[in-house]
Design a protein around this ligand. Structure first.
Ligand code: 5GP
Ligand code: ZN
Length: 113
């Protein structure tokens, strides 16, 4: 999709610090980390938000979820981590390409702000 920053990252049109990549997804470090470890996991396919997934995306979403623990292990998050999806305006989603934040290496609080 034109002018989507995460599509551009997935297509290597703009650089990112890639942690993991396969044919369906890419994981890279967040530009403004909110924890000592803060990476984003995105599908290479452009989907605007979690609210826009369809039945066709079932395998893709399952694939993302199954990769989380492998990526967390690779990043040394043996003590736990937080996986976050911000969806839509109230969810404070700023980039309109589905992504999951994986944060770790600090104690998280609850509820989030
Ligand atoms: P959201 O608020 O949409 O859930 O999160 C978007 C995230 O993308 C933010 O944490 C922001 O720091 C990150 N981000 C925005 N633009 C870029 C970029 O060009 N490169 C990288 N690596 N991260 C970005
Ligand atoms: Zn996109």
């Amino acid at each position: 999709m034109a002018e989507c920053i995460f599509c551009m990252i997935a297509n290597k049109e703009i650089p990112s610090k890639i942690v993991y990549e396969d044919d369906q997804i890419i994981c890279f470090h967040d530009l403004e980390p909110q924890a000592p470890v803060h990476v984003l996991i995105i599908p290479k396919k452009h989907i605007s938000s979690l609210d826009d997934i369809t039945g066709e995306d079932q395998e893709l979403l399952g694939h993302i979820m199954l990769k989380v623990k492998d990526i967390a292990k690779e990043l040394g998050l043996e003590n736990g981590y937080r996986l976050v999806n911000n969806c839509g305006e109230d969810g404070f989603q700023t980039v309109k390409h589905l992504h999951f934040h994986l944060l770790g290496k600090r104690k998280m609080t609850w509820p989030p702000g």
